[in-house]
Ligand binder design. Structure first.
Ligand SMILES: *Cc1c(COP(=O)(O)O)cnc(C)c1O
Length: 349
């Protein structure tokens, strides 16, 4: 059991803040005539403001994930949750953020925008967090430690033991970004929220759910952490269309499961097929819906693929990813095109 002193964590101005109170958040009970929010009374399907705390959708998510609705924050993508966590807990010029390198770029960008010091510790050669270095780097002003597992761009899961050890040893909040958890064999850490009050989990509708366009991110944490995020978010941060589409998706969980199954199957096919090409030096193990590959001529291959209309991500300048491309697993016929283009590229050399 790891308890959390939330008052020590929150930025003092946020503790003192009197939040904006929206019309829809001041009323409870059953209304039939809404004359409180200066809306247009004519039904366009969208003339009403959405529920500021999205309780209807949160109850559905809570049921599926086995957590309480009050432990969920919903935002405009995971990116909103990342930004709000920094704004809620990190005082610019004083507090700090710690993460690993390489990892998802938004943690550093959000830290930089908020003028919060960002430190990173290189992953080990097998892409695992270097726990001793992380602990050495952390001090009492290090409010947030971001871990992304499966990690972007390395595609691998961090070992469960490593994540647990960091949760035990790091004093403040550990933000575990599980954007790709559906593609992994690892169990989500959602079941550990009760045990570790300092655990914050990010998940998203953008990857496995196939809904990157609706911008909906989920954050799961201790209710006190969620309350602070709700206190400082835009009042109506998730729009009605997004809420409706997400609720529909949850009703079609079989479609989602089918996609995940197919993507994992295609990932296996690519992981087997890619090493056959002389251009490929290494295919790193993947627990995600993308594959990191080290190639002989990253720039030339990247350009060749673009010429074929195939866009991958050049990660060759990223730490530990020298010569690497990051390839998202596509539809079976798209993956065929990728392999075909790779074969053609080798003929041109
Ligand atoms: C894609 C991705 C997300 C998703 O971000 P959204 O804002 O929810 O679309 C979050 N974290 C990582 C590491 C990602 O790669």
């Amino acid at each position: 059991m790891k308890t959390l002193d939330i008052d020590k964590l929150i930025r003092s101005n946020i503790s003192r803040l009197k939040p904006y109170s929206s019309a829809r958040s001041e009323f409870t009970g059953e209304g039939a005539v809404f004359l409180d929010a200066n809306e247009n009374p004519n039904n366009t399907l969208y003339n009403r403001y959405p529920d500021p705390l999205q309780w209807n959708l949160k109850r559905k998510i809570a049921k599926m994930k086995g957590v309480e609705p009050g432990m969920i924050f919903l935002g405009n993508g995971s990116d909103e949750a990342i930004d709000l966590l920094i704004r809620a807990f990190c005082q610019p010029g004083k507090d700090k953020i710690l993460s690993v390198d390489p990892t998802y770029g938004m943690y550093k960008v959000c830290a930089d925008i908020n003028e919060v010091e960002y430190n990173e510790v290189l992953l080990t050669n097998d892409f695992q967090p270097d726990i001793e270095q992380l602990m050495q780097e952390a001090d009492s002003n290090t409010k947030l430690l971001f871990l992304c597992s499966p990690n972007n761009p390395t595609a691998n899961d961090f070992s469960e033991e490593a994540i647990v050890e960091i949760l035990n040893r790091f004093k403040n909040l550990v933000v575990l970004d599980e954007a790709y958890i559906d593609f992994s064999n690892r169990e989500s850490f959602l079941t550990k929220l009760a045990e570790y009050q300092n655990l914050v989990i990010l998940q998203t509708f953008s990857k496995a759910w196939g809904l990157a366009g609706i911008r909906l991110g989920m954050c799961f944490a201790d209710k006190r952490v969620i309350s602070v995020m709700n206190k400082i978010k835009y009042p109506y941060n998730v729009n009605s269309t997004t809420l409706r589409i997400a609720a529909e998706a949850l009703e079609n969980k079989n479609t989602h499961n089918g996609w995940v199954e197919e993507i994992i199957k295609e990932r296996k096919r690519l992981v087997t097929a890619l090493p056959e090409y002389s251009q490929i030096i290494n295919v790193y193990p993947s627990d995600a819906n993308f594959i990191l590959v080290k190639v002989k001529s990253p720039e030339l291959l990247y350009k060749h693929l673009v010429g074929e209309g195939i866009i991958v991500r050049d990660r060759s300048k990223v730490s530990l990813c020298d010569g690497c491309l990051r390839i998202t697993v596509g539809r079976p016929e798209e993956n065929d095109k990728l392999l075909k283009a790779l074969a053609e590229f080798e003929k041109t050399l």
